[in-house]
Design a binder for this molecule. Structure first.
Ligand code: FAD
Length: 461
């Protein structure tokens, strides 16, 4: 069945057409179905127009157009938002995917990154100079949403969150102003976009600080699904320094050649390593991994850092159906470990991996009030998700993830990471920002009193 979306009156669109250099895609255009698609196939929205911006000028014109016409506005970076905030029905989608340039200053160790870049763009460009910054563990994820929400990844323990490495942003605010935000110029807005999501405007360009990280010892090691492995992982994190990136994963064995076939699709757990310390210490790190439990399969090698951020890419292509929950915890007590093991045994699909990000080390060197991201005492941030090929399949497993989330609640630090939350978690936004929520509301009132930027984990003015 074809659903028709009413096109905007051509006369209404005329001024926008004159102002924008990029494409404007409307219903009826052969490119429309592709242009309205987002990563999570749970969302099948039909915007009135998709503006494929090519520069900040296009972003300003689109923001003005949506505000003046009172239309819903969805800002899309990489399109990976699990609640589908990069699209909307009957409104305007500002698609930044063509703002894609990365310019590295190797002497200053910074990178200028277009607002629509993916982490693959950033990793590729910075690696050429032996430099890197914390980004997402799936290379197709957008820099825009990930960074403005906080940004966790393999380098977080060493280099901090993605938002901690932000030196400045170019921001288009709700009134269409173009604001360069640094520690000196508009520091309140820079503070707000370091964790406050897309609530304060459209970031057309990010400036990141970079770190000397070139090759790493990286890759996954799989173990039987056993609480003892997780307890030893807990010790590993407590005893190691920030150079050791080590995600803990629980779920079903992926169909990879280094895991025996009989383990494919069976419950297991694992560690995805990213050791960015010296090569001379690789054997010691390997020995620590071997000590966590009986190894079922392993692919751990010296490799370029960007490669570590692609391990999940093939497992998680666009077009699957996702429903997520997130939780922060200060520790992994035995009760939490029991819950993880119990619920992971019922993981509904190989793609539904539960991923625990350690967020101590450099993430704790930033104070809870220094950025909008406030959970500086959390040591672990978990993403829970049923991920399936069909919408019905995913719906059927929502109860599993809700029960899993509830079982972890007694061990949780309160809120969860906004970027691991789904659309039905809006009532948790205050808890996610804790002591920073009041200041965020105040800034929202100043910079976006009409809540133009509301398709996000919304800080209501
Ligand atoms: P979009 O859907 O484009 O946008 C998400 C939100 O951010 C929207 O509200 C949008 O308006 C806003 N936004 C996007 N770009 C801009 C911009 N330039 N200016 C202003 N607002 C903007 N998170 C992690 O921290 N670490 C991970 O390793 C990680 N891995 C992930 C892997 C997968 C497969 C997925 C689906 C998600 C992952 N996430 C991770 C969560 C991720 O951070 C969020 O989904 C994030 O919102 C994605 O950003 P995006 O730009 O791709 O999304």
């Amino acid at each position: 069945m074809t659903i028709s979306t009413p096109a905007l009156d051509a006369r209404l669109l005329e001024p926008l057409r004159r102002a924008v250099r990029g494409d404007i895609v409307e219903p009826g255009d052969p490119r429309y179905d592709e242009a309205r698609k987002v990563y999570n196939a749970m969302h099948d929205k039909r915007p009135a127009i998709v503006v494929r911006a090519v520069d900040a000028g296009d972003a300003i014109a689109t923001v003005d157009f949506a505000r003046e016409r009172g239309l819903p506005l969805a800002v899309r970076g990489g399109g990976h938002s699990v609640p589908g905030y990069g699209t909307c029905d009957d409104g305007v989608v500002l698609d930044l995917a063509r703002l894609r340039g990365v310019r590295v200053d190797p002497d200053g160790r910074t990178a200028r990154v277009g607002g629509g870049c993916t982490w693959a763009d950033v990793d590729h460009a910075t690696h050429a100079f032996g430099l890197a910054t914390t980004g997402g563990i799936v290379s197709t994820t957008g820099v825009g949403g990930l960074t403005t929400g906080g940004g966790m990844g393999h380098l977080a323990r060493r280099c901090g969150l993605a938002c901690d490495n932000l030196a400045s942003v170019d921001l288009v605010t709700a009134d269409g102003s173009f604001v360069v935000c640094t520690e000196e110029l508009h520091p309140d807005l820079l503070w707000a976009v370091r964790g406050g999501g897309g609530n304060f405007g459209v970031v057309t360009s990010f400036a990141f600080r970079l770190h000397p990280v070139a090759d790493v010892l990286g890759g996954p090691t799989f173990y039987p699904l056993d609480g003892e492995v997780m307890r030893r992982y807990r010790e590993l994190i407590a005893e190691s320094d920030g150079r050791l990136g080590a995600l803990f994963v629980l779920g079903l064995g992926p169909p990879v050649p280094f895991l025996p076939e009989r383990r494919h699709g069976r419950p297991l757990c694992g560690v995805v390593l990213c050791w960015s310390g010296p090569e001379e210490e690789d054997d010691r790190v390997r020995a620590r991994l071997a000590g966590l439990g009986p190894v079922l399969g392993q692919y751990v090698e010296r490799m370029p850092y960007p490669l570590v951020n692609t391990f999940f890419d093939e497992l998680l292509p666009a077009g699957l159906c996702h429903y997520w929950k997130g939780t922060f915890s200060r520790d992994l007590p035995d009760g939490a470990i029991d819950a993880y093991v119990e619920y992971a045994a019922a993981t509904p699909s190989v793609e539904s991996a539960t991923v625990i990000f350690p967020v101590d080390g450099a993430c704790h060197r930033v104070g809870p009030r220094d950025t909008a991201f406030s959970y500086r005492d959390a040591r672990f941030s978990t993403a829970l998700s049923p991920t399936l090929a069909t919408r019905e399949g995913c719906e059927a497993h929502k109860d599993w993830v809700r029960a899993f989330h509830r079982a972890l609640e007694p061990y949780s630090a309160g809120g969860g990471y906004v970027n691991f939350m789904d659309g039905d978690d809006q009532d948790r936004v205050r808890a996610n920002y804790r002591g920073n929520h009041a200041r965020l509301v105040e800034l929202k009132r100043r910079y976006d009193p009409g809540n133009l930027f509301r398709l996000n984990h919304n800080i209501a003015p």
